[in-house]
Design a protein around this ligand. Structure first.
Ligand SMILES: [Zn+2]
Length: 400
């Protein structure tokens, strides 16, 4: 554990093990643990219902102690029966690569195809180093009403109490106390990589910040520098209000401008090709076809890979422009004016930097895969079928 940080379990059992009463509190403990130890865990195994599992959905065994040697839950015999509902495991982000097979297969398939694909250059191939550190969570329901005194424990007493408990559960499924037992790894569990503040730069941007960027892009913030200011305020005044800020080397809460730019770009693209909107148009087209049987409709949704895009900063655009201008030695007024503007900006560093951050997109559109919507009304179709002189007169007449 980093420094004097103590996880906020509702009930602590050992320094890195305890339990909480709700899924929200469990999420809060994980988030805080990641922040304070500058680590990141990703979900390896989980059901969406974890923390709110329905007891009646399947049969469960009544237990008195946890026979699992995994030691994640550390539940010894305390006289109180319980039922294990579900478990969840979070791997260290530098853990085992569970998509290795898919990745190697995709690579070999790509080699088989002869078409050229542009690839990103990655300085670091993978983040996965086979680290075995894990956060283990276990959702259980304890039934203190059916407890037996530890001193007079016997096989028979356990069986009687368990039978009573099962009977009671058939009448009322809301008995008992729901707990999520949590086991957090220690620094020694991270065996294959450095940990702590030294790994701050390998932290991905926090999900809440990514969401905030999406919202702000939707509200019209399209300047990276301005977005950076919003994010700093958001981290300080909302995520860590009244708390100590994480070190500035932690990229998760202090994203670099390149991170902000990438997430803004993704948000722009996502909003432009929202699947949800396309489904709406598709459904609407079906409605219109029925309602206006005489009209023609054609709808082709946007297809994956239709647009290849790359982000460029305004500065890059300008540089390119300048190079072109110089090589052609153009002396026209526009170019002059632009150069004068740039000279002015040169005096004002802040303004220039802001320009450097402005986002630009260079796109190449494959027209056969792009979104297309065509509507031809019955009137337009009839007009199209008329001989040219009539149709031109008709449209002129209409216009007049
Ligand atoms: Zn690790």
């Amino acid at each position: 554990m980093a420094g004097d940080y103590k996880p906020h379990f509702d009930v602590q059992i050992t320094p890195n093990c305890g339990y909480v009463y709700s899924r929200e509190q469990a999420e809060q403990v994980v988030r805080e643990f990641e922040t304070r130890t500058t680590s990141k865990y990703s979900c390896y195994k989980s059901r969406s219902s974890f923390g709110r599992t329905d007891l009646c959905k399947s049969k469960h065994r009544v237990r008195w102690e946890d026979g699992n040697k995994d030691a994640c839950t550390r539940m010894g015999f305390d006289g109180v029966p319980f039922i294990i509902l579900d478990s969840k495991i979070l791997d260290c982000q530098h853990g085992v690569d569970r998509h290795n097979y898919r990745k190697t297969k995709a690579q070999s398939d790509a080699h088989r195809d002869h078409d050229f694909k542009k690839r990103r250059f990655r300085v670091q191939g993978t983040k996965k180093f086979g680290c075995e550190a894990k956060i283990n969570m276990c959702e259980v329901i304890k039934f203190p009403q059916f407890a037996i005194p530890i001193e007079i424990d016997s096989r028979k007493r356990r069986d009687v109490a368990a039978a009573k408990l099962k009977e009671a559960l058939q009448e009322n499924a809301n008995l008992g106390e729901r707990r999520i037992y949590m086991y957090l790894p220690t620094p020694a569990d991270h065996t294959t990589h450095l940990n702590g503040e030294a790994t701050g730069m390998s932290q991905p941007v926090d999900e809440r910040i990514v969401k905030k960027i999406r919202i702000l892009v939707g509200e019209g913030v399209n300047n990276v520098r301005e977005m950076g200011r919003h994010i700093r305020q958001y981290v300080k005044n909302e995520l860590f209000l009244g708390q100590e800020l994480p070190p500035c080397t932690n990229r998760r809460f202090h994203p670099k401008q390149v991170d902000i730019r990438n997430h803004m770009y993704l948000a722009t693209i996502e909003s432009r090709f929202s699947k949800f909107d396309q489904e709406n148009v598709s459904a609407k087209t079906g409605d219109w076809e029925k309602k206006y049987a005489e009209d023609n409709f054609f709808y082709r949704p946007y297809q994956e890979g239709c647009i290849t895009v790359r982000t460029t900063s305004a500065a890059e655009d300008k540089k390119e422009k300048n190079v072109n201008d110089k090589s052609e030695n153009v002396n026209d007024d526009n170019a002059k004016r632009e150069n004068e503007d740039e000279a002015k900006e040169g005096n004002d560093d802040q303004a220039k930097e802001e320009d450097d951050m402005a986002i630009g997109l260079q796109e190449h559109v494959n027209l056969e895969k792009s979104l297309l919507f065509v509507h031809q009304s019955a009137w337009q179709r009839r007009l199209h079928c008329l001989p040219l002189r009539f149709s031109s007169r008709a449209s002129l007449g209409k216009m007049g």
